[in-house]
Design a protein around this ligand. Sequence first.
Ligand code: ATP
Length: 221
Amino acid sequence: MNADSPVTQGPLGLFGGTFDPIHLGHLRTAYELLRALKLQELRFLPTGNPPHRDATSADAEQRLALVRAAVADQPGFTVDDREVRRDGLSYSVDTLTELRAEFPGRSLCLMVGMDAFLGLPHWHRWRDIFDLAHVVVAHRPGWKAPTQGPLGEVMVDRGTGAVRDLHEAPAGRIFVHAVTQLEISSTELRQLIAAGGDPRYLVPDSVRVLLAQLKCYARRQ
Ligand code: ATP
């Protein structure tokens, strides 16, 4: 068991990301979903070696340390380091298969931003994800829910507006939920820090302190 603080009842929220670095846009979204979905636990899963994107700026241990610092004071938020510990590529379907084996009957809710959801058909074995988990989509500024194509079709088949459905079935539904829109991106944070700027009020204070110590985004001298 890799999680820091396993809880055994109710749906388990899963929030994956590169978190390079984690910021208040991620945390506010996770917090609002924790409350809206009545979750007892929401796990942050930093990716090890992301398949869809370029190498991260901070290494996996640094990103993991920043996530741990970010979630430390919020009850219900936990960190799962399995993708960081795994060798090779991290596919969500593999992580969900592992979690499903650990929690055979439990509802699993995979949280994604709308931008990530729109890219879902490019994920490895994406249709299998619905056999393993629900998908909870947080609105992000400037993105609309798809009505056409493969995602439009799965929205028709699987979409629900009822939180109860996420509690009563272990997997298979799509729930779209509007969250407070904080237009913060990790890319812009990295650029800000590299330019000598201060990330104050964009990340939790604990993360800001750790960023200053790690210097993982500071411009190379
Ligand atoms: P980058 O700028 O490096 O692409 P990012 O800020 O988009 O990073 P990720 O770690 O790639 O962060 O995102 C993890 C998850 O968080 C994704 O599902 C993404 O849609 C969501 N997310 C990212 N930024 C925000 C934000 N400001 N508000 C809500 N959700 C967000």
